[in-house]
Design a protein around this ligand. Structure first.
Ligand SMILES: O=C(O)CCC(=O)C(=O)O
Ligand SMILES: [Mn+2]
Length: 201
């Protein structure tokens, strides 16, 4: 076994009131390329409307929800009904579960077609996720900036660039105290796929 294998390098993000680990090379480059190609082509991407402060907008990205059961997921005035996990998604889920020791029964896929697609400030704190949800987020494709800000202490901010093939794990009280977003950027004109594994109660 190669103890120095890059695949196992983990970076603990040193933020107060949060528990966040980053695995920059969770999937090797070839594997990440193959997963990206397959998910890009095979996923039935949809663009839903969301409601923010009573106003309806088209979501600034495409999404798909998969799960092992028929549990619905509600956020921003939208109710999503999962499709059953595909073999590829089950394989990714298995790898994430083995590495993190957590169990997930749903995954939300996001497709950011280019830098004009985004995900605004939010916490993953919907009631379906229970208290202290664990969110495991896999990134494929374009390297995009992921930002975090503390809910009360406005001085506390952090940003990191999520690599092709990386995993970001948010757990503990992170969602109580922090918001995150994926801002628009003029610098990127290629797609990124993100998979956020979740445990719906
Ligand atoms: O695309 C990302 O990295 C973040 C996705 C996200 O925060 C979400 O789907 O809740
Ligand atoms: Mn989120």
């Amino acid at each position: 076994m190669d103890l120095f294998s890059k695949e196992h390098s983990t970076i603990e993000i040193p933020l107060p009131d949060a528990s966040i680990s980053y695995y920059p090379t969770f999937f090797g480059p070839e594997e990440a390329d193959a997963l990206y190609e397959e998910l890009y082509r095979e996923t039935p991407w949809q663009q839903d409307d969301i409601k923010i402060f009573g106003k309806v907008y088209a979501q600034p990205r495409l999404t798909a929800l998969y799960g092992s059961e028929e549990k619905t997921y509600r956020y921003s005035g939208l109710t999503m009904y999962p499709k059953l996990f595909t073999p590829t998604l089950l394989e990714i889920k298995d790898r994430v579960e083995k590495e993190t020791g957590n169990h997930f029964n749903a995954v939300l896929l996001n497709l950011y077609r280019d830098g004009n697609d985004s995900n605004g400030w939010h916490s993953d704190d919907e009631k379906e996720l229970g208290t202290n949800p664990v969110i495991a987020s896999v990134s494929l494709g374009a390297k995009r900036c992921f930002q975090l800000k503390h809910k009360r202490d406005k001085k506390l901010k952090y940003k990191l660039f999520l690599n092709h093939g990386s995993l970001l794990l948010m757990s503990g009280e992170t969602q109580h105290h922090w918001k995150h977003q994926l801002p628009k950027t003029k610098k990127i004109n290629v797609p990124r796929i993100n998979l956020t594994f979740r445990a719906l109660k």
